[in-house]
Design a protein around this ligand. Sequence first.
Ligand SMILES: NC(=O)c1ccc[n+]([C@@H]2O[C@H](COP(=O)([O-])OP(=O)(O)OC[C@H]3O[C@@H](n4cnc5c(N)ncnc54)[C@H](OP(=O)(O)O)[C@@H]3O)[C@@H](O)[C@H]2O)c1
Length: 258
Amino acid sequence: MKQLGIKNFSGKRIWIIGASSGIGAACAKAFIEKGAKVALSSRRVEPLQQLAATAAANQSLVIPVDVTKDNQINDAYQQILQAWGGIDLLLFVSGIYTPLRASNFDFKTAEQTIDANLLGPMRAVATVLPEMLKAHSGHIAIVGSVAGYSGLPKALAYGPSKAAIINFCETLYYDLLPEGISVHMISPGFVATEATAQNDFEMPALITADQAASEILSGIEQGEFDIHFPKRFSGFLKFLRILPYPLYFWIVRRFVKI
Ligand SMILES: NC(=O)c1ccc[n+]([C@@H]2O[C@H](COP(=O)([O-])OP(=O)(O)OC[C@H]3O[C@@H](n4cnc5c(N)ncnc54)[C@H](OP(=O)(O)O)[C@@H]3O)[C@@H](O)[C@H]2O)c1
């Protein structure tokens, strides 16, 4: 069974959570250019307002949200329902990354990462699902990461949060396909954004946020479940994860200076 895509974004109602910078902002820009209606959410309001200023009248909503707060997600969704009556696509992009190794493993940071990167998307999905299930239509797209495929150095909290996103999307897919709701699991490789600006190593196959947005829009258009990019990097990591552990660890140690 093939999932439905969104063939024409014009007039589609899209809630982008994590729209204030990086991949989310680039997606918002691309959706605005394609004539979609965008509800822009994140904690920082100013960048959302700047994006909204590039849209036509009535094409955008600015709704600040902290994804770690249940009530804020619910209130934001109620505002969207009042304005638009529903959404066609939830695009959850928001995420945080703090490098963590065993030598500096800090539980508070781990807790915040899981709260933002895993419980955040779960909160948003729990909020929008009842209406989508009633309507038997809609799209849920969540940005995970290739870092969720299998364990990588310096990602003691980020890696598990993204691995869980993969499982969450796979498990949602079983239930939502027969309901006419599409699930899009998005796994980027390295993308040049505020989040990766802190990296002190050369990032292989680094792409721009606009390139990432173009991959995401095209994957959703085509109804893809597994949207991963750039393929030269994500494909390699997909291959690594099927190797026996001794070989896997040996290759990762060779490629990553740890
Ligand atoms: N860049 C990469 O190489 C890469 C690779 C794989 C996966 N990813 C994933 O792609 C997504 C976007 O990352 P990015 O690189 O574009 O990073 P970014 O530029 O730092 O953007 C992160 C976004 O998440 C929002 N956010 C963070 N915490 C939030 C919270 N508690 N509530 C609401 N919004 C929150 C930020 O907005 P505010 O700060 O305004 O709230 C911002 O809009 C993340 O899920 C990341 O894990 C990135």
